[in-house]
Design a protein around this ligand. Structure first.
Ligand SMILES: C[S@@+](CC[C@H](N)C(=O)[O-])C[C@H]1O[C@@H](n2cnc3c(N)ncnc32)[C@H](O)[C@@H]1O
Length: 508
């Protein structure tokens, strides 16, 4: 059984039982582990994630596996620079027992549903720096767990990078310092990061950085380099030996590092400096189905996802949970008749009924399975549910005090929306209000990208323009406002935005 993590202490215990095989899962106390798992920051104390979720697989009340995924605040772009505009998602941790691939599949599906809702374009697994790191800034999948890779590949993940991991004990290392070079250290920052310059004959010939891991007697060497003109003079090995003896004096017993599998020079240096090869590590990447996969028809998309739909929207879709409450608060208190377009399982109605239990609702949705769920949740409410497309179903004129739509309009062209909004306008009575909560973007280029991708996919898959297929084509907030104006609405306001989830109100 898969469930949202409720007991962090139990996961801590489980995590500790796994780490003996993974050289970069260090011994830390619960508080340090908790921070690293759930509130992790980079070396400048900036958060690594803005939306992170953890699920566990459980058998007879015992954790047997877990997954942690989320949206990163940045990823490293092609040239290593930080890309903060990223639409990437990250599976940070994934563990299931070898032979229990079924649990692994269920855990992965949980993450993929989250990425689908959050429209991620690329998904990384064990992304360097975000993975099963526990403080060292290294989190690729270790070779002792490569069976997990087999399952990732089932879902279309391919290898992104491969590294070699090294460790060197320095507790009983002889004093190696040969004074060919001098190291000039910066102050250690609050995350334990220290930079150093390598000086030879009074000149800076290179630099490096390392981190003091909390609690342990371990340091992690992040990088070291020698300027091109000073290479092949033995400065790198001299610098490492100098570093070992300086750290040894400070009570450090072990230093770890890693390097790319193709970096033969660095591997040679680490071997010469006495590091032991602790195995290979890999990260993975998948381009989401949006870019390559088959489009699914709207109704079959939602029918196959109806189980677990509510929980998924409430927990994984940024801004939705609060958005439902906000929408309910915006429905005028004197509303007697409400039109809900694309009502689905009625998550917005769950909140609206709390405030206005007696209203009559006309709900229109393409997907019968979603409507069945809504009826099941609210058997005694005044619900007139119509299974059909709101582009086809007639709306009664001057009938409704309020019309709403939640996360359903981001699949259609400007033209279709304009015509639909004109009909919504006419269905409202004189002071009526239309409240739309939807996925909206800020830049025209983003909007253009999604429309052109949809066009490409439709052409490739020979799908006619008249069929409804599930593919997100969010509009910019400005365009949404302009379309509502064109349809006749007078006063239009943006009243809420969390992530890309945005609420606009439009009055007659
Ligand atoms: C993401 S769900 C939102 C459901 C609900 N409003 C909520 O927020 O949970 C989108 C819903 O819109 C429905 N839908 C999409 N296009 C539609 C159309 N042309 N006419 C009626 N319903 C449509 C889908 O069947 C689905 O139930």
């Amino acid at each position: 059984m898969i469930q949202k993590l409720k007991n962090e202490k139990a996961l801590f215990k489980f995590y500790n039982s796994l780490k003996s095989d993974i050289p970069y899962c260090f011994d830390v106390d619960y508080d340090n582990w908790y921070t690293s798992m759930f509130q992790d920051t980079d070396y400048d104390n900036e958060p690594l994630f803005h939306n992170v979720h953890t699920y566990v697989s459980v058998d007879k009340n015992k954790i047997t596996g877990f997954i942690q995924f989320g949206l990163p605040t940045f990823i490293h772009g092609e040239n290593g620079a930080r890309d903060t505009e990223t639409t990437a998602g990250i599976i940070r941790n994934l563990y299931f027992q070898q032979g229990d691939e079924q649990a692994g599949r269920e855990l992965i599906r949980q993450a993929l549903a989250f990425f689908e809702t959050n429209r991620t374009q690329r998904i990384f697994a064990f992304y360097h720096y975000f993975g099963m790191t526990c403080n060292a800034g290294h989190g690729k999948l270790h070779s002792s767990h490569f069976y997990i890779e087999t399952l990732l590949s089932e879902y279309g993940f391919i290898k992104e990078h491969e590294n070699v991991y090294y460790k060197r004990l320095i507790s009983n290392a002889e004093s190696l310092c040969d004074n060919t070079v001098e190291l000039k250290y910066s102050a250690v920052n609050t995350k334990g990061l220290c930079l150093f310059d390598i000086i030879a004959q009074s000149k800076k010939v290179g630099a490096g950085s390392f981190v003091f891991l909390p609690q342990g007697k371990i340091c992690y060497l992040k990088w070291i380099y020698i300027e091109d003109e000073f290479k092949k003079k033995g400065y790198a090995i001299a610098a490492l030996q100098h570093l070992f003896s300086d750290l040894k004096r400070q009570g450090i017993e072990r230093i770890d590092t890693d390097t790319a599998d193709g970096n033969i020079a660095a591997q040679g240096l680490y071997c010469k400096a006495g590091f032991a090869n602790m195995g290979r590590t890999r990260s993975y990447e998948m381009r989401s189905e949006k870019n390559s996969g088959l489009l699914e028809s709207m109704a079959s998309f939602f029918t196959s996802r109806v189980d677990g739909y509510d929980e998924h929207m409430l927990t994984n879709c940024e801004g939705c949970c609060d958005g439902y409450i906000k929408m309910a608060a915006l429905v005028p208190k004197n509303t007697k008749a409400l039109l809900d377009l694309g009502c689905g399982t009625g998550l917005e109605l769950d909140e609206i009924f709390k405030v206005l239990p007696d209203i009559s609702v006309t709900g229109i949705d393409l997907t019968q399975a979603m409507l069945d769920k809504l009826r099941e949740k609210h058997p005694t409410k005044k619900l007139n549910l119509i299974c059909g497309s709101y582009f086809d179903v007639e709306f009664e004129k001057d009938k409704y005090d309020c019309a709403v739509s939640f996360e359903t309009m981001h699949h259609f062209s400007h033209k279709m929306k304009t015509e639909l909004y004109k009909r919504i306008y006419k269905s409202l009575n004189t002071d009526g209000i239309y409240i739309e909560c939807d996925y909206m973007v800020e830049n025209q280029s983003e909007e253009d990208f999604y429309y052109s991708e949809l066009e490409r996919l439709r052409k490739e898959q020979n799908i006619s323009k008249n069929e409804f297929y599930h593919y997100d084509t969010p509009c910019t907030i400005d365009n949404q406002i302009a379309i509502l104006k064109e349809a006749g609405f007078v006063k239009i306001a943006q009243v809420y935005r969390q992530g890309n989830t945005t609420i606009l109100t439009a009055t007659r």
